[in-house]
Design a protein. Structure first.
Length: 45
């Protein structure tokens, strides 16, 4: 019973870490994309 709890917590923690890293990567990509779009808009002006 304790072992099953431990395994579940371990996998949940690893999933949470992966989820955080994926979210950080997506946010950085979105920020870079927004900056490029802003540069193009400013060039058009």
């Amino acid at each position: 019973m304790i072992l099953r709890e431990f395994v579940r917590l371990h996998y949940f923690n690893r999933f949470a870490r992966d989820y955080d890293s994926v979210c950080a990567l997506l946010c950085s990509c979105l920020l870079r994309f927004a900056r490029i779009c802003l540069d193009f808009l400013l060039l058009d002006l």
